[in-house]
Design a protein around this ligand. Structure first.
Ligand SMILES: NC(=O)c1ccc[n+]([C@@H]2O[C@H](COP(=O)([O-])OP(=O)(O)OC[C@H]3O[C@@H](n4cnc5c(N)ncnc54)[C@H](OP(=O)(O)O)[C@@H]3O)[C@@H](O)[C@H]2O)c1
Length: 279
């Protein structure tokens, strides 16, 4: 069994990857940064520090690295999301480890009606998308065989081992009156079940896939419709969820499609209507 190292093991997707890889019998080690893990094998790592990244990879000598660690915004965003990804990619290449790098649908501008495929050029319009697009380019240069997985809004659904992710928690807080928020009614995404994404990442690595790969749900929905589906699935009343036009400058449609379906059975991943179907 290959040795796996998963950065961001304290995160939503990272934890699901650790769970599935361990259940499959892999020798898996997870890293965290600020939230210690209840796992004696877990390693604290700040990916902004290239020396620390090198030291962890030299010590653990993984066969495969899955890089999920990132921050969405704030003053550390580029240092973590872009520079950190490069540190991990360089170290993985140096020790001869395969690499899966996690990226986002927001590397696309969202200015057309068709979904975006692996053949489309990166043209981000938000700072987060720019940080991720730059990370993709630099990771590709540092580790040309890397698998670059782009995904969309991640969710777990009731009964999932992962539980509710950050998007679901926000939706439930609003539906249950703990928070005031309006959901974009004209911003389209292709939400993906976190367990489906994790399983597909592990399968793609097992098949030796490299290059860009879109792992997203087959249904395109607005953020408001996603919120309603999530609320209903978790037994909350969606009636009070309010829509609002997306803020100017945001990508309108970053739904993902894949042209690599023949290489990976089960893609595109199940759509949110099927995964969160009630009753
Ligand atoms: N969530 C989504 O809807 C979504 C959508 C599209 C793409 N993605 C991509 O999927 C990946 C995983 O997302 P997620 O939602 O699972 O992330 P998450 O839950 O926000 O977790 C982020 C992880 O990054 C770690 N981290 C933050 N700063 C770090 C640093 N300086 N050094 C090392 N680790 C650091 C965090 O560690 P601590 O918590 O221990 O500090 C945490 O484990 C990301 O690359 C993201 O771009 C996510």
């Amino acid at each position: 069994m290959p040795r796996l190292l998963i950065t961001g093991g304290s995160g939503y997707l990272g934890a699901e990857l650790v769970r599935q890889a361990a259940a499959a019998g892999h020798d898996v080690r997870a890293t965290y940064h600020r939230r210690p893990l209840d796992d004696p094998g877990a390693v604290r790592l700040d990916v902004r520090d290239p020396t620390a990244v090198d030291a962890v990879l030299d010590e653990l000598r993984p066969d495969v690295v899955i890089h999920t660690a990132y921050v969405l915004d704030g003053p550390e965003a580029r240092a973590v999301t872009t520079d950190g990804a490069v540190h991990v990619a360089r170290a993985a290449a140096r020790v001869g480890a395969a690499l899966a790098h996690l990226s986002t649908d927001l590397v696309f501008p969202g200015d057309r009606d068709e979904p975006w495929t692996e053949a489309d050029a990166l043209r981000p319009v938000l700072a987060y998308g720019e940080a991720k697009a730059d990370a993709e380019r630099l990771v590709g240069a540092a580790h040309p065989a890397a698998l670059v997985v782009r995904t969309s809004l991640l969710y777990g659904g009731p009964g999932s081992a992962a539980g509710a992710g950050s998007h679901e928690r926000l939706i439930l807080d609003v539906a249950e009156g703990r928070r005031d928020w309006r959901f974009f009614e004209d911003e389209l995404r292709s939400p993906a079940g976190v367990a489906d994404v994790a399983a597909a990442v592990l399968e793609a690595l097992g098949r030796g896939l490299s290059g860009p790969l879109h792992l997203a749900g087959s249904d395109t929905v607005s953020r408001l419709d996603f919120a309603r589906l999530v609320a209903r699935a978790w037994g909350a009343d969606p009636a009070g969820l309010q829509g609002t036009p997306a803020l100017p400058g945001r990508p309108r449609n970053t739904a993902l499609a894949t042209i690599r379906g023949s290489e990976l059975p089960g893609t595109p991943l199940p759509g949110v209507h099927a995964v969160l179907a009630v009753g």
